[in-house]
Design a protein around this ligand. Structure first.
Ligand SMILES: [Zn+2]
Length: 161
């Protein structure tokens, strides 16, 4: 694990990092979560500089619920934006929360394994104002989804063909 961290390709400037985190916090306002009462916001930064926000959208048929991360990815992808440099995710709890398994796989479809993923505590802004560490947990897609299956695997030769 230590080696992987040393070879991370951090591409985010301090300004973009803060911008993306604040967009994820804003995105939370769009949450429709009457059942869980657990608001989540996500924001993606595309390679061409767009910030795409998403919130969790629940459904009375619980299985129809869509997480914030997937909302953001699907919004972007359906507008033709399919290349990203970072993702930030936040909720209302004062500790970083992490994408669920389904979201990790959907993120994998469009993002590099080395892409930074910022897990943001709800009190990010308050921490900064108080002069504390921002409490953001920085990880990568590869750390969240090791040994993953992705689009390139469908290109592999099949045995016996
Ligand atoms: Zn999810």
């Amino acid at each position: 694990m230590k080696e992987k961290k040393a070879t991370r390709a951090w591409t985010l400037s301090v300004e973009d990092r803060d911008k993306l985190i604040r967009a994820a916090i804003e995105a939370k306002e769009g949450s429709y979560s009457p059942y869980s009462k657990f608001r989540v916001g996500a924001a993606l930064l595309s390679t061409d500089g767009h910030v795409i926000k998403g919130a969790n959208i629940e459904n009375a048929s619980y299985g129809g619920t869509i997480c914030a991360e997937r909302t953001a990815i699907v919004k972007a992808a359906s507008d033709g934006i399919r290349s990203f440099v970072a993702l930030a995710v936040t909720s209302d709890v004062p500790s970083p929360i992490s994408p669920c398994g389904i979201c990790r796989q959907v993120i994998r479809e469009f993002c590099q394994l080395t892409m930074p993923v910022l897990l943001v505590p709800a009190d990010y802004s308050k921490r900064l104002l108080g002069g504390k560490e921002d409490g953001v947990k920085e990880t990568t897609l590869e750390e969240l989804l090791p040994d993953s299956f992705g689009p390139e695997h469908l290109e592999l030769d099949r045995e016996g063909k």
